[in-house]
Every structure is written in structure tokens, then in C-alpha cells.
Design a protein around this ligand. Structure first.
Ligand code: FES
Length: 104
């Protein structure tokens, strides 16, 4: 298990034993305070929206155009916005910190 730090919608930070090889969304969706992930990771719903800690943002692969297109339509979009279903959680990302965005 690998550390994933998750800030929920109430601002509480949790330390999650996350599984590598899954996406960040797949690690988040089973948590009580996690994401809905309505489309199951097909990059079609944006209900897996998170804000990546600035310290980590540059360590992630750049988003594909499908992801940026979807993010562009979100009212709660910030520079640190990503779709967690598009981020593969790897051992190199141990300690990654994400904040779950508000529901839209
Ligand atoms: S789960 Fe739907 S866009 Fe990520």
C-alpha cells in the first residue's frame, strides 16, 4: 500500500493506503468522502474532479485534450484541476496530495 493524501470537501485531510496500478479515481471512489466517478473513468463526466497539490502537479503526466476539454466547462475549475480517473497512481506518486472538488 502506498500513501495518498486526500482532502475531503469539508477540508479534512486523510491519509489513505492507496493501491498502485489503479487510477487515483479508483482509489478515491470507495471512500465515504470520495468521488462519484459516474462514467467509470471514461473521461466523460468530470465527477472525479480533484485539485492536485502544486508540489505534485509537475510530476504528473500532462492531461490529454479530452481531459482539458472537460475541465474547461467546470465552474469550479482551478489551475490545479485534474480528472482523477486520468491519473495512474504509481509508486513514484507516494505521498501525492489531492483535494476533492465540489460537486457540480
Ligand atoms: S470518472 Fe468520469 S471523467 Fe473521471
Amino acid at each position: 500500500m502506498t500513501l495518498l493524501r486526500v482532502v475531503d470537501r469539508d477540508g479534512t485531510e486523510h491519509e489513505v493506503d492507496a493501491r498502485t496500478g489503479l487510477t487515483v479515481m479508483e482509489n478515491l471512489r470507495d471512500l465515504d468522502y470520495g468521488v462519484a466517478a459516474v462514467c467509470g473513468g471514461m473521461c466523460a463526466c468530470a465527477t472525479c474532479h480533484v485539485y492536485v497539490d502544486p508540489e505534485w502537479a509537475a510530476k504528473l503526466p500532462a492531461p490529454h485534450s479530452d481531459e482539458t476539454d472537460l475541465l474547461q466547462d467546470l465552474a469550479e475549475r482551478r489551475p490545479a484541476s485534474r480528472l482523477s480517473c486520468q491519473i495512474k497512481f504509481t509508486a513514484e506518486l507516494a505521498g501525492l496530495r489531492v483535494e476533492i472538488a465540489a460537486d457540480e
